[in-house]
Unconditional design. Structure first.
Length: 157
């Protein structure tokens, strides 16, 4: 058998769809057989079991984070941290760093508490926002402070 030659075996029958025909390595024989049942298409709906249609939603016993009865302790610290960080960002040109620093620290500690499993994971997004907004507020304050210092230095020269 040369390179690229098709090995002997059963192949789909093009003359009779759904069946197979035997290739002997050189030519098609007259041997035919019914083909295997085609596999169901991916995503095809499943037949109801015991006459009850399949339902969708949360698996049995699953309780989403932050749901009523959740075992995670609730905390408003992340919300306060975000409020302080936003206030610090807004007031960054006139001393808002005094609000951005505690907002950033509180946001960071709440993210870590969620990571350790001590707080409700639903509050991680708010804590992360507080941390990022606090950092932006501190950076903006630093930029304003540096620009103010440069303008004072240039004005004295």
């Amino acid at each position: 058998m040369g390179a690229g030659a098709t090995p002997p075996g059963w192949y789909p029958d093009v003359e009779r769809p759904g069946g197979e025909r035997y290739w002997n390595g050189a030519a098609w024989t007259e041997d035919r057989r019914p083909g295997a049942q085609p596999a169901p298409q991916y995503g095809a709906p499943q037949a109801p079991q015991n006459g009850v249609p399949q339902t969708y939603g949360a698996p049995q016993g699953y309780q989403p984070y932050g749901a009523a009865g959740s075992t995670y302790p609730k905390s408003t610290v992340a919300g306060w941290a975000l409020g302080l960080s936003i206030a610090g960002l807004v007031l960054s040109c006139c001393g808002g760093i005094l609000l951005s620093i505690p907002g950033t620290i509180m946001g960071w500690t709440q993210m870590k508490a969620v990571d350790r499993g001590e707080r409700d994971p639903a509050s991680r997004g708010i804590a992360k926002a507080a941390f990022i907004v606090g950092l932006v507020g501190m950076a903006l304050f630093a930029a304003v402070f540096v620009l103010w210092g440069i303008s004072v230095a240039v004005g004295q020269a």
